[in-house]
Design a protein around this ligand. Structure first.
Ligand SMILES: Cc1cc2nc3c(=O)[nH]c(=O)nc-3n(C[C@H](O)[C@H](O)[C@H](O)COP(=O)(O)OP(=O)(O)OC[C@H]3O[C@@H](n4cnc5c(N)ncnc54)[C@H](O)[C@@H]3O)c2cc1C
Length: 393
């Protein structure tokens, strides 16, 4: 069988799995931009795990499917088309990659199975109130007392900390030398005494972000990854993985499909929006750039060094900007129905009828929420710096 044929057979296998395991109600909610709760995300992770697909980017030696990058691409493409839930990937992608590369055997044995089957959800405690883009300036102090580190500081914008059982934490164990030195990586059990989680509500009115207050929290030395004070080079490896997963061409494709549906079914001045020449031109320009992005992605997909370099930065920059433009157009298509603000509607269990067309309920909150994609995982300005530095190095 040729490579193309075996990839096509694999695509068929994924489609069959999705047809059998993905509930139409959940798929409808995902496609319409509603939020899923932790139980629904956990259920989907379990279904994937039972099929051996809980950790799609992992090699076989750690219990992953050992897929090629193209297989993973096909899998994500089909999942997005079908409306499969998007799992919280911080543990599956970044934490797992780091543990596989630099964790002790005990850390791998303890943590990888729970990440793979979804029983342990991870958050990442990197950013601080005054350290985001310039992450190496972080201050959260930790010092050693016997076999433990004591951490006394704060972390902010911690996605899903209120759901997480573990946190990947960056702390400062020394102020000597350049700021990149003295940074240590710790694995924090979120049940440890001394942790306060304060919710932060986003522009969409929903709660996914948090500030963490760590009040003399004690973490065993056995939970340190790598050497004390030498966390920064490992961190750069970790952030490379974050950038790759942030690019999300499949998210662009899913948003575009939804935008096209809205444009066909929404009427303005007595005709479908898609027949409005200005709206249609903007859609065509979006689609052209989306196809170009896909070609760039496919040209880097088998080269992980490229994906973590300027090409990865370009993918993240373009992918997130395109997504934001598509979401802005969905909100525009809602007309006056973009205005009502009803965050409760987005949650599972809401029974009332929507105000205006169904798609308008989620269009504006969705647009507002995803303003974040050009900030988190490295802002667009930082991605431009990475590209410029590579060009002029
Ligand atoms: C929704 C969301 C989820 C997040 N989740 C997490 C999480 O789970 N864990 C976590 O640790 N963090 C998380 N973050 C934090 C995120 O990583 C930071 O917001 C991001 O790194 C930017 O840092 P900052 O907010 O401190 O902004 P700053 O770094 O203060 O930047 C402010 C502005 O200045 C620009 N800027 C900064 N430096 C430069 C420069 N050198 N050149 C040009 N322009 C520059 C930036 O682009 C930005 O426009 C999340 C953020 C958001 C919005």
């Amino acid at each position: 069988m040729s490579e193309a044929q075996s990839l096509e057979a694999f695509r068929q296998e994924v489609r069959e799995f999705l047809a059998e395991k993905l509930s139409p109600e959940v798929a409808e909610r995902v496609k319409a931009g509603y939020y899923l709760g932790k139980p629904e995300l956990d259920a989907w992770h379990r279904a994937l795990h039972e099929r051996g697909w809980g950790a799609t980017s992992w090699p076989k030696e750690h219990g992953g499917p050992g897929w090629t990058p193209m297989q993973k691409y096909v899998f994500e493409d089909e999942c997005a088309k079908a409306g499969a839930p998007i799992l919280i990937m911080m543990g599956l992608n970044q934490v797992a990659a780091l543990l596989m590369a630099a964790g002790t055997e005990e850390q791998k044995r303890r943590h990888l199975p729970g990440i793979r089957d979804g029983s342990d959800l991870w958050c990442q405690g990197l950013s601080e109130p005054n350290s985001g883009s310039d992450l190496a300036s972080l201050k959260c102090p930790a010092w050693r007392e016997g076999d433990e580190y004591v951490v006394d500081g704060s972390k902010i914008w911690t996605t899903a900390a209120h759901w997480a059982s573990w946190c990947f934490l960056l702390v400062r164990t020394s102020n000597e030398g350049p700021k990149q030195e003295g940074i240590t990586i710790l694995l924090l059990d979120m049940k440890t005494p001394g942790i306060t989680i304060r919710p932060i509500h986003g522009l969409d009115g929903m709660h996914s972000l948090n500030q963490l207050f760590l009040d003399k929290v004690r973490i065993p030395v056995s939970c340190r990854v790598g050497e004390e004070g030498k966390g920064w080079p490992l961190m750069k490896y970790f952030l490379g993985h974050e950038r790759i997963s942030a690019a999300g061409i499949w998210k662009c494709k899913a948003h575009f499909a939804r935008l096209a549906l809205i444009a066909r079914t929404t009427h303005r001045n007595g005709r479908p929006l898609v027949e409005d020449p200005r709206f249609r031109d903007r859609m065509a320009w979006l689609e052209i750039r989306m196809r170009a992005l896909e070609v760039l992605l496919l040209s880097t997909i088998n080269d992980s060094a490229k994906a973590k370099g300027p090409e990865g930065a370009l993918l993240k920059l373009r992918g997130t900007e395109l997504q934001q433009e598509m979401l802005a157009m969905m909100s525009e298509a809602s007309g006056p129905y973009a205005v009502p603000f009803h965050p409760e509607i987005l949650r599972t269990g809401w029974q009332e009828d929507p105000i205006g067309p169904e798609f308008a309920t989620t269009a504006t909150p969705f647009y507002l929420f995803w303003r974040k994609s050009t900030i988190s995982g490295g802002s667009s300005e930082i991605m431009r710096n990475v590209i410029a530095q590579a060009l002029f190095a």
